[in-house]
Structures are given as C-alpha cells and as structure tokens.
Design a protein around this ligand. Structure first.
Ligand SMILES: Nc1ncnc2c1ncn2[C@@H]1O[C@H](COP(=O)(O)OP(=O)(O)OP(=O)(O)O)[C@@H](O)[C@H]1O
Ligand SMILES: [Mg+2]
Length: 397
C-alpha cells in the first residue's frame, strides 16, 4: 500500500532515462519544482513515470534527507486510507489494537506522495482538502486536531481530473489546491526516440538479474517496437524486456518473435477477440456479448498486459459501474483465448497471485462471466491466428 524510504538509508536516485526533447524538458521541470516547496500535481498515462518524477523532485529538494512516503490511494477502503494517513488510537475501531501514528507524521519534513489521486472517494477528498489547507492532523479516535505536519504534497493521477470534476466525482476546490505546479509526463509513444534506449537498458538489467544472455534485436523488430503505441508505457516496456530475456535466444529476436499485441499493431488483419474464435452453437449468445464489449476490453487488456492488476483495473471500475458485464465477458474471452482456456494461467496474465484463484473465480461466477473453457481448449484447431509463428509467445507469459 505504501513505500517508505527511511531518511537514514542512502538511496540511489531513480532513473529517468531518455534523450528526447520531451524528457529533457521534463528534467528541467523537475529541477524547477525541486527548488520550491509548492504542491505538485503529476499527470500522465499509466506506467509513464509519474512516481519516478515525484521521487526525483524529492531527491533534488531540500527535503531529500527526510522521508519520501508514497501511498497508493486506489484499492484502499476510505476508512483504512484515512487511518493509514492520519493514524488512529487503540480501540478507535474494530481491529485498532494499538496506536498508529500515520504516514503523514512519518513524512514530516519530507514528502508525501499520493498516487492514483483520481480514485479517491469524495469523503476522502474532503479530508485531504482540509489537510492540504491547514496541515492539521486529525487522528482517528481523538476529538479535534492532534498535530500539525510539515510535508510537501505531491499527487499523481492517470485520470483526466477535469472530466472527473465535470462528472461530479472529483472536487474542483481540491484540484485547485493541489494543482500549484503541474507536470505532465509524456506517454512513451510521444517520445518514440527513447524506446530503444530504454529497452536496451532494461534488457541488460533483466539479463543481469536472471543471469542470462542479453538478447539482440533485428532492425525489423526494432522498427515494430518503435512504432508500437505502448499503452502501458515504460512499465510495459520493462515487462517486455524481462519476458524477452527469460525466453533465452540463440539468435537475434525478429519482429515475428514479438508478442502478438505488439506485432498486431502493425498487422492489417483484425485481431479483435470475436474475429478469431469459431464458436460452437451453444456459445453463440456469449459471442454476441463479446462483440458488444470488445472496445473497453481491448483497453483493459492493454493495461493488464502492461503489468497492472485485475482488482485495480477491472474489479474496481466494475464495482463503480464504469464497466459493464459485457466488457468483463469480452475481457475474459480475450484472456481465455490467450491462455487457451486456462483460468489459472489467466491469473498470471492479470497480475494476480495463485492464491487469488478462488476470489477471482467467485467474482466471475457472480457476474455470470465464468465463460466455459471448452471452446478455447478445442480452439487449437479453430482459433485462426493468422501467421502465428512457432516461436510466438506461450499463452501464460
Ligand atoms: N524515463 C524512465 N527511465 C527509466 N525507467 C523508467 C522511466 N519512466 C518510468 N520508468 C520505470 O517504469 C516503471 C513505471 O514507472 P512509474 O511507477 O513511475 O509509473 P507511473 O506513471 O507512476 O505508473 P502508474 O500510473 O501505474 O502509477 C517503473 O519501474 C519506473 O522505474
Ligand atoms: Mg504510480
């Protein structure tokens, strides 16, 4: 839920690789922000480097010798988030067995980084607004103000906050309060000239970590990678580098060896889920559902493949009624197609540990999205994956 850098442990600076004009100007913005103590709102797509930016601002600032405390606001129930941030006293609620000071106090004279701000509930936004305005800490279980904190607040989101304000789910006054310095982290596709530099770096890193040979790429593969849209940005690229290294190559990697999501972006043949599975008679109604939901499913799939996790990317928006059952069904369909009917392998693709199997299955069952695996298993014969080479990715990579 949160990461804490102790003020006493020496830290290495987070890497912000890139030589594109966009990254050069980002570095200048970071340095300028580090010279002040003003609140910073970091915007950018998922995996683009918002946390890297926040950490660098802290490291270059006069607060560098103090703590940098990062809190991911998504996926934490609001009461728990409030107690994590502001602390609680023993017995103030069920399960509060001892006093807890809270992360705001731990970040005192340092930096508090609130990630996924756009996911915060309206009630929690009100609590944050009060804190942002006064710096006062109200510990749960104690009446009134229990302290005052000197923290620099950096917030980040991949959501369009203006849209969320218009939709009535984000407070405009909080937006103004946090948006003193705004830094936009460019998407990787907007700085395609950095793709190979980043990839080479992460290929080397993964080969060191796994003690494996660092693979080479053909120029054809490089072209595909540079042209790819990278919906999951640097995180997706990092994951790809690791996936490539662990496959162990005795020859340079060509474009045909790249995952279908990446190659697919250059292929002319449609690869939407409903286009390449032949359904049996019984599954026809399902097929119709899948077609209707496939746009959102594609976007979800891209984020999951890029390394995000199912509970955050799918379960949460589904519960918030931002996704329909058809979207969910289309996503599961795409996943089962990928894993050839294995729900267990799907867990890995969706960033979930094997221990989440029951919960995952129960959720799909509840939503009537537990698609039968039969068609996907027999799909070896019926899945028409155009030009899928023998070396293409294994299903559960
Ligand atoms: N310019 C960069 N150079 C090297 N590594 C980078 C760069 N940008 C991001 N990364 C790496 O990519 C990964 C994702 O970055 P980060 O967590 O900062 O993204 P994010 O925008 O905060 O993502 P999210 O929206 O999911 O919170 C991290 O492992 C980070 O170290
Ligand atoms: Mg982040």
């Amino acid at each position: 839920m949160s990461t804490l850098s102790s003020p006493r442990t020496p830290r290495s600076l987070p890497l912000l690789l890139g030589e594109s004009p966009a990254i050069l100007s980002l570095r200048r913005e970071i340095e300028a922000a580090a010279r002040t103590d003003a609140k910073v709102l970091v915007l950018g797509e998922t995996g683009s480097g918002k946390e890297v930016v926040a950490r660098l601002i802290h490291e270059y600032s006069s607060r560098a010798s103090r703590a940098f405390v990062a809190v991911n606001c998504s996926g934490i129930p609001e009461t728990l988030l409030e107690s994590e941030l502001f602390g609680h006293t023993r017995g103030s609620f069920t399960g509060a067995y001892r006093d807890k000071p809270g992360l705001v106090r731990q970040a005192d004279r340092g930096t508090l980084f609130l990630d996924e701000l756009g996911e915060m509930s309206l009630r929690m936004q009100a609590v944050l607004l009060r804190f942002a305005e006064t710096g006062e800490i109200q510990t749960i279980g104690v009446d009134g103000v229990t302290g005052r904190s000197d923290v620099r607040l950096i917030t980040a989101t991949n959501r369009n906050l203006r849209e969320r304000i218009d939709a009535g789910v984000f407070r405009e006054d909080l937006y103004f309060r946090l948006n003193i310095i705004q830094i936009h982290v460019p998407a990787l596709r907007e700085r395609a000239e950095d793709v190979m530099l980043l990839l080479r770096h992460y290929l080397h890193k993964a080969s060191e970590t796994h003690r494996l040979h660092c693979p080479e790429l053909t120029s054809d593969a490089e072209q595909v990678l540079v042209a790819y849209a990278w919906p999951g940005n640097v995180r997706e690229l990092k994951n790809l580098a690791e996936r490539l290294v662990v496959r162990e190559w005795d020859r340079p990697i060509s474009s045909n060896d790249l995952p279908t999501e990446i190659r697919g972006s250059r292929e002319t043949v449609s690869s939407t889920p409903s286009s390449n599975v032949v359904f049996t008679q019984e599954s026809v109604p399902t097929a119709r559902r899948l077609e209707r939901g496939s746009g959102a499913a594609d976007r979800l799939w891209d984020r999951l493949i890029a390394g995000e996790n199912f509970w955050t990317v799918v379960h949460q928006p589904f519960k918030a009624h931002e996704l329909t059952r058809d979207d969910l069904a289309a996503l599961i369909h795409r996943g089962l197609e990928h894993t050839r009917g294995s729900y267990r392998a799907l867990l890995g693709v969706f960033g979930l540990p094997p221990t989440d199997y029951k919960r995952f299955h129960a959720f799909l069952y509840q939503q009537n999205c537990n698609l039968p695996v039969g068609p996907y298993r027999t799909a070896r014969a019926t899945v028409r994956r155009q030009d899928r080479p023998a070396s293409a990715y294994p299903p559960a990579c």
